[in-house]
Design a protein around this ligand. Structure first.
Ligand SMILES: Cc1cc2nc3c(=O)[nH]c(=O)nc-3n(C[C@H](O)[C@H](O)[C@H](O)COP(=O)(O)OP(=O)(O)OC[C@H]3O[C@@H](n4cnc5c(N)ncnc54)[C@H](O)[C@@H]3O)c2cc1C
Length: 257
């Protein structure tokens, strides 16, 4: 989106070639019973195949890729009505799979989801459900009220992350040498504050990047607040000392505003 004066074609090309984490294929299942009654509790269950190449564990093939099985409703009862449950299945997945999940492209190059897309989505979801049924010896299918599926196309559509990557740029030599990680941009007051600011991705990196973006802003605009927060981040102040400062506003921890 940015002009050549702001971002050089060379750096743009490096960003374009950055090594990224995979995307995901996720099946969110609503059950007519609790997940616990099927033996799926608060733990993360990982289903893996023996005797396959190491890279095939996260290669995106629904027949052999590792499946993660989680029951969000086992941990948080407010997620499903009493007596019902939620189970999530997911595998690492890639946007190129079966020619971009059977999508077409419109004149602007945007993915157009068609009948073929829905068909591939259902096929992959059913494959994962069957594998989970077999490996965990549960009759999952007969308890399904409905399920909702996200493909890499979905993750791309909702997050705008390149190729629907789950976590942005990977750790590693190539990305380090290409200097992919950066907070500051050449656009005045535009600081990167999400998982793209650093290598390694995920929630911890997004939180770290957000905290760094705040510190960079305060350093420029509110020096005393910057000093206070930086001292807390460096472990020189306790959270009580931080909160007792006049520079910090009270917050009721409601997470609603
Ligand atoms: C299936 C899956 C499983 C994961 N599991 C884990 C895990 O176990 N542990 C872990 O640490 N991480 C995990 N991650 C990764 C983690 O969710 C991300 O790294 C993290 O959410 C990135 O945070 P972010 O704030 O940078 O971006 P996001 O959370 O993607 O937030 C960006 C926001 O910007 C919005 N947006 C995009 N474009 C626009 C626009 N033009 N205008 C306005 N808003 C816009 C998006 O809708 C989105 O809400 C997982 C990701 C996926 C997809």
């Amino acid at each position: 989106m940015l002009s050549q004066e702001v971002i050089s074609p060379k750096f743009k090309s490096k960003l374009g070639n950055a090594v990224l984490y995979s995307s995901a294929f996720t099946v969110n299942i609503a059950l007519n019973c609790t997940a616990e009654s099927l033996g799926i509790n608060g733990e993360l269950i990982s289903i893996t195949k023996d005797g396959i190449d190491r890279n095939d564990h996260d290669g995106g093939d629904p027949l052999i890729s590792d499946i993660s099985v989680l029951a969000p409703s086992a941990r948080d009862k407010s997620l499903a009505p009493t007596g019902k449950g939620l189970v999530t299945l997911y595998i690492p997945a890639y946007i190129e799979y079966r020619n971009y999940w059977g999508t077409d492209k419109d004149e602007d190059g945007k993915f157009v989801r068609s009948e073929k897309y829905n068909q591939i989505k259902t096929e992959v979801a059913e494959t994962l459900i069957q594998r989970v049924e077999k490996e965990l010896s549960v009759n999952l299918k007969e308890h399904i009220l409905f399920y909702d599926v996200s493909t890499p196309i979905t993750y791309y559509r909702y997050t705008g992350n390149k190729n629907g990557t789950m976590m942005g740029a990977r750790h590693g030599k190539e990305n380090m040498q290409a200097k992919i990680a950066h907070h500051q941009t050449k656009v005045k007051n535009l600081i990167i504050g999400g998982h793209w600011a650093d290598l390694g991705g995920g929630v911890p990196i997004a939180v770290k990047a957000a905290a760094n973006a705040v510190l960079l802003t305060l350093k420029k605009e509110y020096k005393s607040s910057f000093k206070l927060l930086a001292n807390y981040m460096d472990g020189k102040l306790s959270v009580e000392q931080l909160n007792s400062s006049d520079l910090v506003k009270p917050y009721n921890n409601s997470w609603t505003n």
